[in-house]
Design a protein around this ligand. Structure first.
Ligand SMILES: [Zn+2]
Length: 398
């Protein structure tokens, strides 16, 4: 269907090698956030879970030309944690900027909450809340009349907004950018925004710690880079950027890294982090094969699986873990998803959780957060459901 030229050109974001070991996540996949407003079918792509043979960096490789996979439609939005905001604020205070003469710029709606916090905490009045990340399809390169590829429009708008700031300093918030960036030019352009008067705040999943948890639920099509801390450090160092990074635990979300990039930081130069010990990184492709086998062992032709939670995790389970023959349905009570078409085609349909009769299901998988699962399980049991309730990794939840 698609030519794999996009895939062939894609080099490791950390070390530029083009030698990968990889496993197909599936052909004809859509991004997990691609709930559609109608039956209209978008283009499918191939996705691979890949590991760089040179440096061990794990990534999702795909022939999807989108530079920045974000949610597909505006009706899907998720909250972000905020426990770390005071620490970010503290680091920024230590830069001794004149906050009266500073503007705040957001890359995504995910930055709005932090932007508002910093504006309030640091007394910054010039705050620009714009969702440049927008939707996935905005991030396709534009081809001009002479056939030349140009930057996607949201990137142009973001850079223009920052260039136009009349303040002496700019705070640029790029929450979750590093997880999602799918194009090396885009990575370089965003890092290239750094200057003595521009200060960048980022965060990303702490994949090193996620790997240690032994789960694979964090692998989503849209998360194109599963950067280890040392991998990201090596990229920042190659760009000669000064940075400060810290990790934090949240009750709401997975382990996360947060950092500030600024030339005003007083940090000692670190030894260049190259060639992270590959042997110490678990082999995700092997783990994925094992997980597929585990689910295959559980679900025969006569079994029925109800997947509760139709966000990335639930869709990922259906898309690239389950075998094709599995009889499953997908369930979610989110108001925004009512009447929408999910990115997978569940043989037993897409339904609500509440009021649904699971009594003739042999298995239920709950792919929400544990806090939400803890509320769902007693209700399921109270309704008389007696079979296995499992998580994404096929482990029993009660
Ligand atoms: Zn590499």
């Amino acid at each position: 269907m698609t030519q794999n030229s996009e895939l062939d050109q894609m080099r490791c974001f950390v070390c530029q090698s083009n030698e990968f070991e990889q496993i197909s996540l599936n052909r004809n996949l859509l991004d997990a956030s691609d709930f559609r407003a109608s039956e209209y079918k978008t283009i499918d792509y191939s996705y691979f879970l890949a590991r760089c043979k040179e440096c061990g960096h794990s990534a999702i490789r795909t022939d999807n030309p989108c530079w920045m996979p974000t949610r597909k439609y505006d009706f899907i939005k998720y909250g972000e944690p905020n426990e770390h905001y005071p620490k970010v604020s503290l680091i920024l205070r230590e830069l001794s900027l004149d906050f009266n003469d500073t503007s705040i710029h957001t890359f995504s709606y995910k930055d709005f909450q932090l932007a508002n916090f910093l504006a309030n905490d640091l007394n910054i009045s010039d705050i620009n809340l714009n969702d440049h990340a927008g939707c996935s399809d905005d991030w396709l390169p534009v081809v001009s009349r002479n056939g030349k590829k140009q930057n996607p429009l949201p990137l142009e708008r973001f850079i223009t907004e920052i260039d136009k700031s009349e303040k002496s300093n700019q705070l640029i918030l790029i929450t979750r950018f590093f997880d999602h960036v799918a194009n090396y030019t885009l990575l370089n352009k965003i890092l290239g925004l750094s200057s003595p008067t521009r200060h960048i705040v980022f965060d990303l999943n702490d994949y090193e710690r996620l790997f240690e948890l032994g789960t694979l639920e964090f692998i989503w099509n849209e998360r194109r880079n599963l950067f280890w801390r040392s991998h990201l450090e090596s990229i920042l160092q190659k760009h000669n950027l000064k940075y400060l990074m810290f990790s934090y635990e949240s009750h709401e979300v997975s382990p996360t890294l947060t950092g500030v990039i600024s030339e005003k930081l007083m940090v000692k130069p670190k030894a260049i982090a190259t060639g992270v010990a590959i042997s110490s990184a678990p082999n995700l492709t092997e783990k994925l094969v094992t997980l597929r086998q585990l689910w295959q062992g559980k679900l025969g032709m006569t079994h029925r699986l109800g997947i509760i939670g139709a966000s990335h995790k639930g869709v990922s389970l259906a898309q690239f873990i389950l075998s094709n023959h599995v009889q499953y349905s997908l369930h979610d009570d989110k108001e925004a998803l009512r009447g929408k078409t999910p990115p997978v085609n569940p043989p037993l349909g897409f339904h609500l959780v509440s009021g649904f009769d699971f009594s003739d299901y042999s298995h239920v998988a709950i792919t929400t957060t544990l806090a939400i699962a803890a509320k769902i399980i007693p209700k399921l049991r109270a309704s008389g459901y007696t079979n296995e309730i499992l998580d994404f990794d096929g482990q029993k939840l009660d």
